[in-house]
Write a protein of this length. Structure first.
Length: 263
């Protein structure tokens, strides 16, 4: 079984606070012999919880296995428990608004929820939008908080109404797979090659706090990335390092990445 020390070594220093929280949840399951439901977590945090659950031989299932979303709620549970969809205590809220005047965007909705209302990011999951509709996954316990608190987004009047999961907006995410060459696994080197920028331009993005690795803001130019990392760059989109394919004769590292450009 992996030791606590080995678990920390398996992830970055930025993950330590979440690992500590995960270990608290694990201990609660062991002490109470009852399931523990997490708040909404990102895919990287979900992976951490799966490692922890496997280490302590507990069950682990995410809401994403029932309803495909990026942010999920995770159940950690003892062997007797059989999770169902209702155990994730989620709701899907339709954001009704006059779309003929203006289209709501992901950033406008997110900005209203976090910056204007101060609602904790852990209380809601994916924000979904298309040309005429907008939706948000929330913690079921806090439906009134969202409905009462969100009555205007940007300049548009809105109302929130619970809808069935079957009405979920289907988001089509098409990653473009590419082969690139990098001189090292430094973050600035990766961004320069993947986004076709000069090393100076890549460095400036990092210094301006426009880059996140696995949902953590990174400001170090020499931060070392690894296979499996998800890198988000403001105004450029996201990329994921899929696999390493050896080196060239000139010692360049060959990588396969998936690139999703922002619209």
């Amino acid at each position: 079984m992996m030791t606590n020390k080995a678990i920390y070594q398996h992830f970055s220093l930025d993950d330590a606070p979440f690992i500590d929280k995960g270990l608290e949840w694990i201990k609660r399951v062991e002490d109470t012999y009852a399931p523990v439901l997490t708040a909404f977590v990102n895919p990287h945090q979900e992976q951490i919880l799966r490692v922890l659950a496997g280490t302590y031989e507990l069950g682990c299932v995410s809401s994403g296995e029932c309803i495909h979303t990026e942010f999920v709620r995770v159940l950690l549970y003892p062997d007797y428990f059989s999770p169902t969809l209702s155990d994730f205590e989620m709701a899907l809220l339709e954001i009704h608004y006059p779309s003929r005047f203006e289209q709501l965007t992901h950033s406008k909705i997110l900005g209203t929820i976090i910056n204007q209302l101060g609602i904790d990011r852990k209380l809601f999951g994916d924000i979904l939008v298309d040309e005429k509709r907008a939706q948000i996954f929330v913690n079921r316990d806090f439906i009134p908080l969202f409905q009462d608190g969100i009555q205007k987004i940007a300049r548009l009047p809105v109302s929130l109404e619970e809808c069935p999961f079957t009405d979920k907006i289907i988001s089509e995410i098409n990653y473009q797979e590419q082969e690139i060459l990098i001189s090292s696994f430094r973050l600035d080197a990766l961004l320069s090659s993947a986004l076709k920028l000069s090393r100076k331009q890549a460095s400036q993005l990092i210094e301006k706090k426009s880059v996140q690795v696995n949902y953590h803001p990174v400001e170090k130019l020499d931060y070392l990335v690894a296979v499996g990392d998800l890198i988000s760059v403001r105004k450029f989109g996201r990329l994921k390092i899929v696999k390493e394919n050896g080196q060239t004769k000139r010692d360049k590292i060959k990588l396969t990445i998936q690139l999703l450009l922002s619209k």
